[in-house]
Structures are given as structure tokens and as C-alpha cells.
Write a protein that binds this ligand. Structure first.
Ligand code: ZN
Length: 187
């Protein structure tokens, strides 16, 4: 294990003590290690490489119809509380002679979700990345998330969703294109 990982484990053990727990009791002995592993996973996105993810899965195609991938599950960590927020992402774009392998879109979502995030930023990072790699006519990303930092602390109603969107290109310019994409997303 790396020095960083050891340090993370030590910090978790200290956290247990600070909240009034006994890190030596049976159920907790391995907890600092498990939490450190979990955080390695939750922060994978910091080390992810866009080129590796896309792996040349961009194809020239004479398609100009809207492409929509709905209901992509995402899990992320709120940067203000380091508590999960999660939900669904819906991603659409209008191609401009280039399409991306459909399975790559959820992987782009994961790349940005596996870091400390704000849902607003996560939404626009996904949209900006698709714009960058596809140079499309337009991109639309809508995300609906439940934030445990709000729900567990009783700040908001238990069933509230935060909804965010990022509209680029034609989706920003044309109300008609935007409403077409939103109606596909909400089907
Ligand atoms: Zn929060």
C-alpha cells in the first residue's frame, strides 16, 4: 500500500476516535481500511484519462438526428459535506458528422462523478466534454439528484430532487430543439 493510502487509513481511525468510537472494537478494526478503499474508488475520476475512456470510439457518420441516452445512474460526493448525491443523468446531442460509442457516455459521467462535486458543475463538465470531443450542433445534459447531505440532515423534504441542466449550441439557441430534447428525456 502507498504512503497516501496508509495516511488515509490513519485519518479514518482518528475520525472514529474523534466521534467517540473505539477503533479497536471488533466491528471497527478493519473499517479505516475499508473506508480508505472506498475513497480510492470515489476519487477515481481525478486520475481518469479522457483519451483512454473514449479509446477512439468516435465515428464519422452522416447522422444529424438527436441522440439521447436516458437514465444513466450516477453516484457522486457532495464537495460541501463529503456525503453522497446520486440520481440519473440524461444526455443528448445533435451530431455534426461525428458520433460517439453510446457506452462511452456513461463512462464520461462516471469520470466526473467520481470526485468531490457540485451537481451543477458535474452537469456542465459532462456537456463541455461532449462538446469538446464531438464538436456537435448542440449538447443537452439534464441531471436529477438526491442529496443525502440535505435529506439526512433534514434540511429539505425527504423526496426532493435537485434538477440541473446544461444546454449548449442549438439547445441553447433554439427553444424548439430544447423542448424536443426535454420531451424525449421525460418520456
Ligand atoms: Zn452537501
Amino acid at each position: 500500500m502507498t504512503e497516501k493510502f496508509d495516511q488515509l487509513e490513519t485519518n479514518n481511525r482518528e475520525l472514529l476516535e474523534l466521534i467517540g468510537e473505539d477503533p479497536q472494537r471488533e466491528g471497527l478494526v478493519k473499517t479505516p481500511n475499508r473506508v480508505a478503499r472506498s475513497w480510492e474508488f470515489f476519487s477515481q475520476g481525478y486520475h481518469a484519462n479522457l483519451g483512454d475512456i473514449i479509446n477512439d470510439a468516435i465515428f464519422h457518420e452522416d447522422c444529424s438526428e438527436m441522440v439521447v441516452v436516458r437514465d444513466i445512474e450516477f453516484f457522486s460526493m457532495c464537495e460541501h459535506h463529503m456525503i453522497p448525491f446520486f440520481g440519473r443523468a440524461h444526455v443528448g446531442y445533435l451530431p455534426n458528422q461525428k458520433v460517439i460509442g453510446l457506452s462511452k457516455i456513461p463512462r464520461i459521467v462516471d469520470m466526473f462523478a467520481r470526485r468531490l462535486q457540485l451537481q451543477e458543475r458535474l452537469t456542465s463538465q459532462i456537456a463541455n466534454t461532449l462538446e469538446e470531443v464531438l464538436d456537435p450542433v448542440g449538447v443537452a445534459v439534464v441531471m436529477e439528484g438526491r442529496h443525502l447531505c440535505m435529506q439526512m440532515r433534514g434540511v429539505e423534504k425527504q423526496n426532493s430532487f435537485a434538477s440541473t441542466s446544461a444546454m449548449l449550441g442549438q439547445f441553447r439557441k433554439s427553444a424548439e430543439t430544447r423542448s424536443e430534447s426535454l420531451s424525449i428525456i421525460r418520456k
